[in-house]
Design a protein around this ligand. Structure first.
Ligand SMILES: [Cu+2]
Length: 334
């Protein structure tokens, strides 16, 4: 009996210490959405249970190893035991109840995170190797940054152009796969103004680790002025060929593979590309003129740039006018 009391007290103490320790590590980033609240609540109860179960196993184990170890010179066998129904029923029923309780709590909080606001703003998200594009159909522009107004539910309707990606902003907690051939939905109500980042959390190829985009939660007034600035910029840009070319580049995710500052991602940088010689993988050299660029965009396999994987870039379909505008934009980077 004395042993049970001591072990009982030690289990309680260890549970508390384990729980405090786990909480102190700060496993979770800040909580920045309404959907994060039920998830963190559930997570907290899981941590409480985990701390207790861990102690319930480790404390009696360690206690027995130390207190009931074989004494010097003691050569007798241990007591022989033949089953214990009461104990076996207990350790079947209690874990079963625990699993059922957590299954209930899990589906309950899942339901809370899925609550739909009929007035939610719709944003269309396109995921492709290796970039995110955000289309605001209510306002008529496309951006590579996701701006959201605080305390308003938004629903992201997400599509993939190639393989499976996954939309994940750790501060929002919720995560959703983006699957080719269907539209998946992601509902979120941001509650904390600030800059975050979406990352792809489904291994999707060479530059998967760099498939990130800024996510910015704004106060309503800041969001509104961002929207009108974007709308104006989009309207102004579509008036010039190079402006229109830049919009096409943004909307088609080219910048997931090509930079404009000389650094190299999956594809060659566009800085100083136009009009300069390009070394090809077959050993020859071409000048990056209009004809070469057009061919590179419509049929990337035709000429392969030395040092880059040839099959990575998907072939794009553009009209002659669109190609001309994209090339006009590429010329501004020479
Ligand atoms: Cu991805």
């Amino acid at each position: 009996m004395r042993h049970f009391v001591i072990v009982g007290i030690l289990v309680i103490l260890t549970s508390i210490l384990t729980y405090l320790g786990l909480s102190a590590i700060g496993l979770m980033p800040v909580e920045a959405s309404a959907q994060a609240v039920p998830i963190d609540w559930l997570w907290n109860w899981e941590m409480v249970t985990i701390s207790f179960l861990f102690s319930l196993i480790m404390v009696p184990l360690a206690y027995s190893l130390i207190v009931f170890r074989r004494k010097k010179g003691d050569m007798t066998d241990a007591e022989h035991m033949e089953g214990n129904y009461a104990l076996e029923i207990t350790w079947t029923i209690i874990p079963l109840m625990l699993v059922l309780v957590f299954a209930y709590l899990g589906s309950y909080s899942l339901g809370l995170t899925r609550r739909a606001d009929p007035n939610a703003m719709i944003i269309k998200v396109k995921a492709q190797q290796w970039s995110w594009t955000f289309d605001y159909p209510d306002y008529g522009f496309t951006s590579n940054e996701l701006h959201l107004p605080v305390n308003k539910q938004v629903v992201l309707q997400m599509e993939s152009a190639d393989v499976i990606h996954s939309f994940w902003v750790p501060e929002f907690r919720v995560k959703q796969d983006v699957v080719p051939g269907r539209v998946t939905e992601y509902r979120i109500t941001p509650t904390l103004i600030g800059p975050y980042k979406v990352r792809c959390s489904e291994m999707c190829g060479t530059s998967h680790a760099y498939m990130e985009a800024p996510v910015i939660v704004n106060a309503q007034a800041d969001f509104d002025s961002w929207v009108s600035a974007q709308k104006e910029a989009a309207a102004a840009a579509s008036l010039t060929p190079e402006g229109h070319g830049q919009q096409l580049v943004l909307a088609n995710g080219c910048r997931g593979c090509h930079t404009i500052d000389g650094s190299v991602l999956t594809g060659p940088s566009w800085l100083h590309m136009y009009g300069n010689p390009v070394e090809l993988s077959n050993g020859t050299t071409v000048i990056a003129d209009d004809a070469y660029l057009k061919e590179s965009i419509l049929d990337p396999k035709a000429k392969e740039v030395k040092g880059f994987a040839p099959t990575v870039m998907p072939p794009f379909k553009f009209t002659d006018q669109e190609i001309a505008d994209i090339i006009a934009y590429l010329k501004t980077l020479k």
